[in-house]
Design a protein around this ligand. Structure first.
Ligand code: NAD
Length: 354
């Protein structure tokens, strides 16, 4: 099924069960795939170019150095400007491959075939490619929209349960950005993933990134849960998966919104979030480890009130609201201190109760 996207949108979006070879590029192309998907790709009758690369890239290797052998390989093949790179894998591989495609010959076309729920629901759409630096996640990258996104749910059958849950958090994020509590609650229940959720999340994100491709305004809303989330993810030494950290960041953002005087969320939603997140409590780093990471957030900026003696940093925080779209507010990183303490206390209390 081809999803409806805004007119003129840079990426054609397909949501299918089985992979379809007719959706591969028509001209010359190569494949950069996650080695753990090779069998599934070939068993599904999909073609494997002679110069395909099958790689394993854990989150810790989402760094610029990982790209060099791929670029050198493409230059040796050689791939020309008219070639398309097809990325097959989770968000780490698709972020890096998109970045490599943006760099090779100053930019070749690419397609993205996401194979994790997180990549299908979020990472593969929107043209953000990137790599991590020692100072923080995704601090280097390029906006390079893929020509086509093909999400095939059959690939999810081999995905471990923890990774499936991880992807669900980005779906919950989409619901909370829009203040859609019923949808969020539905996705927080046990039960099978619904394709309609992914479809809805993709349609929403396509609209946002089409209106604001460079994240000058509205697109920042997609960072809901990521401010605290990125800090927790890095401070855990990447023991927390990205989506799990976003889940913790979502609960944190609900609490911070309330502390900032916005309408509180119903206890039923906060309790459900807490129950689902409580098993992650041992991986939540203490506040002193999070603070420097929050201050280095790439959305941080010095506020107009800073002096050389006491520079003031503010970060763009996305605050969700029940039954209304989330809002943006610039706050100092310290604003998260009380939220972090409350979050940890709620998780610990829930763990004791369970
Ligand atoms: N570009 C964006 O807009 C954007 C948005 C959200 C997240 N991200 C990025 O996405 C990354 C996280 O992506 P992720 O959660 O997909 O993690 P991941 O890419 O690390 O994949 C998770 C694990 O699952 C394996 N895997 C992939 N597909 C599989 C399958 N079908 N069956 C079995 N195993 C499979 C991978 O080898 C890996 O070990 C983060 O680096 C994050 O920054 C990017």
């Amino acid at each position: 099924m081809r999803l409806a996207t805004p007119s003129g949108f840079a990426t054609e979006v397909f949501l299918l069960e089985r992979p379809d070879r007719d959706l591969l590029p028509e001209g010359p192309w190569t494949l950069l795939g996650d080695a753990c998907l090779r069998n599934a790709w070939i068993t599904a009758g999909m073609p494997e170019p002679a110069h395909a690369l099958w790689v394993t890239v854990p989150e810790e290797e989402k760094i610029l150095r990982s790209l060099i052998p791929w670029l050198e390989h493409w230059a040796r093949v050689p791939l020309h400007r008219d070639a398309t790179v097809v990325a097959l894998g989770g968000g780490v591989l698709t972020d890096l491959t998109g970045l490599a495609a943006s760099l090779y010959l100053r930019g070749v076309a690419w397609q993205v075939w996401p194979t994790t729920l997180l990549a299908m629901a979020d990472a593969a759409l929107g043209g953000k490619t990137g790599a991590d630096l020692a100072a923080g996640k995704n601090l280097v990258g390029a906006f390079h929209f893929p020509r086509r996104l093909v999400a095939c749910t059959d690939f999810l059958t081999s995905l471990p349960e923890r990774q499936l849950q991880n992807g669900r958090w980005e779906l919950v994020k989409t619901a909370l950005i829009q203040g859609e509590l019923a949808w969020a609650m539905d996705m927080l229940q046990d039960g099978p993933l619904k394709l309609a959720w992914v479809e809805r999340a993709l349609a929403f994100k396509a609209g946002v990134v089409h209106r604001d491709p460079r994240e000058a305004g509205e697109r920042r809303l997609l960072n809901l849960g990521h401010t605290l989330g990125h800090a927790l993810e890095a401070a855990s030494g990447y023991q927390l998966l990205h989506g799990e950290a976003v889940g913790l960041g979502l609960l944190g953002a609900c609490l911070l919104a309330e502390e900032q005087g916005l309408k509180p969320f119903p206890a039923s939603l906060l309790d459900t979030l807490t129950r689902r997140l409580a098993p992650l409590a041992p991986m939540v780093a203490p506040w002193p480890d999070c603070l420097p990471l929050l201050a280095r957030d790439k959305k941080a900026a010095r506020s107009s009130g800073h002096t050389e003696k006491a520079p003031t940093v503010e970060i763009q925080c996305i605050l969700p609201r029940p039954n209304e779209p989330a809002v943006q507010r610039a706050l100092p990183p310290q604003a998260w201190a009380a939220t972090h303490a409350r979050l940890l206390s709620m998780l610990h209390q829930e763990s004791l109760r369970a």
